[in-house]
Write a protein that binds this ligand. Structure first.
Ligand code: SF4
Ligand code: SF4
Length: 418
């Protein structure tokens, strides 16, 4: 049994690492030890596969400190497929050592959030949200605290609806993702507003669950496969030309792991493909941008696409941050399991943004929005953090006839309806 499980780590892929060490320079978890960045973690994987060392707690500690940001993969000159190797390494770790409590609870809560009971509970919490501040201080199991967003006023509010552009040039299926569903409903509306203005009808399926990426990155392959199969069935009930996302972790999973021939785009890529026909008017301010790791490491979006979009905003100045493309320190459950590492990375980001003297920090990932807002509170930053979709939807100059041109039909989505 043990032999069979150990054979799961793809040794041939791990052996592609030529030990150059380039990945050390980009790894958010590196803290001086060889085992705290990709080269060392891969060497441990090789030794485990070769039965040179047991898969014990020391190995697990080094692997658990990995944020799965995949910046090592992005910079690697030898095309080492770090994710493919580590999904299997963590799967093996799960089998041999069991899953830690935070991961167990976190992954289960993502599944619960998208169950019918979970949605009822979150919708009820959304109604009570008026009495809470925008960010709620939540104690973490590590003894640390995190400023978490409260559920938005209408969680899952855009689900099961079709938002029609009158002179439509195509249909996009919007894969919202858990964070937009629960916390950042306004971002979902902003994406729809932008896509409608481009002439795309937007379909938001009723019963999409978590994309499964957090499960996959934790090595919980069977849970990922269940979520993927469910989502594929739900998505295929609709006719669409492409999928649009505003969360690069969801987008990466759809592109790499759903194995469908769908076109999947970040919303900024659609703006770019259309040649940026929309007009945006800023408020005489400086803007800076945080490039989410999975946007380039998983979705393979050129960061220039985001900057191109921001540069279209009249009356605003783009100031690039030195560390714009480094990790924000969120990485989902990683920030909860590794609070000290996460806070170190987060602090560096906040200081880097402070140096730009920008008024706003924009980004294209709801998880990064959460982490950077938390960081601004924690390290006394005063810059506003916003999803780029929200900023652009707000700054969009609507032509007088635009309201006439874009007819929004809120109808039950898809064949047969629900
Ligand atoms: S950059 Fe690639 S080849 Fe070089 S040490 Fe890191 S994983 Fe290995
Ligand atoms: S995935 Fe990110 S945290 Fe993990 S080894 Fe690679 S660069 Fe470091």
């Amino acid at each position: 049994m043990e032999q069979e499980l150990k054979a799961v780590i793809p040794k041939d892929l791990a052996l592609k690492c030529v030990k150059c060490g380039l990945c050390k320079s980009v790894c958010p978890s590196y803290h001086g030890e060889e085992g705290s960045f990709a080269r060392g973690r891969l060497a441990l994987a090789e030794m485990v596969v070769n039965n040179e060392i047991p898969l014990g707690k020391d190995v697990a500690k080094q692997w658990n400190e990995c944020a799965m940001c995949r910046r090592c993969e992005w910079i690697c000159p030898n095309d080492v497929q770090y994710k493919e190797i580590f999904v299997q390494a963590r799967r093996l770790q799960d089998e041999e050592l069991g899953r830690d409590l935070i991961s167990k609870a976190g992954l289960k809560s993502l599944e619960f959030m998208q169950s019918s009971l979970g949605r009822k509970v979150i919708k009820a919490a959304g109604k009570l949200g008026g009495i809470l501040p925008d960010e709620v201080k939540v104690p973490l199991p590590s003894g640390s605290v995190k400023f978490m967003p409260k559920p938005c006023g209408e969680p899952f509010g855009i689900r099961g609806k079709t938002f029609r552009a009158r002179e439509e040039k195509g249909t996009l299926l919007f894969f919202t993702g858990c964070m937009i569903d629960v916390f950042y409903g306004k971002t979902g509306e902003s994406v729809i507003k932008l896509m409608n203005a481009l002439g795309y009808t937007v379909v938001v399926p009723q019963d999409i669950k978590c994309c499964g990426a957090p499960h996959l990155y934790h090595g919980n392959v069977s849970a990922f496969e269940k979520l993927r199969d469910h989502n594929i069935r739900e998505m295929e009930r609709h006719n669409f030309d492409a999928v649009v996302v505003a969360c690069p972790t969801c987008g990466g999973a759809l592109i790499e792991d759903y194995k469908k021939d769908w076109k999947v785009y970040d919303f900024t890529e659609i703006l770019q493909k259309e040649g940026f026909p929309l007009k945006f008017h800023g408020a005489n301010e400086k803007l800076t941008f945080h490039v989410p790791c999975h946007s380039y490491s998983a979705m393979k979006v050129d960061p220039g696409t985001f900057y191109d979009a921001i540069e279209r905003v009249e009356n605003a100045e783009l100031v690039k941050a030195q560390k714009a493309q480094s990790c924000c320190g969120f990485a989902g459950l990683w920030s909860i399991k590794n609070p000290r590492l996460s806070e170190k990375v987060q602090k560096e980001k906040i200081e880097d943004f402070r140096e730009t003297e920008a008024d706003r920090v924009l980004t294209t990932c709801p998880g990064c929005v959460l982490q950077l807002r938390d960081g601004m509170k924690r390290f006394k930053g005063n810059q506003k953090v916003e999803h780029l979709a929200d900023y652009l939807a707000e700054a969009m100059v609507e032509e007088p006839e635009a309201e006439e041109k874009v007819k929004r039909e809120e109808a039950t989505a898809g064949p047969g309806g629900r």
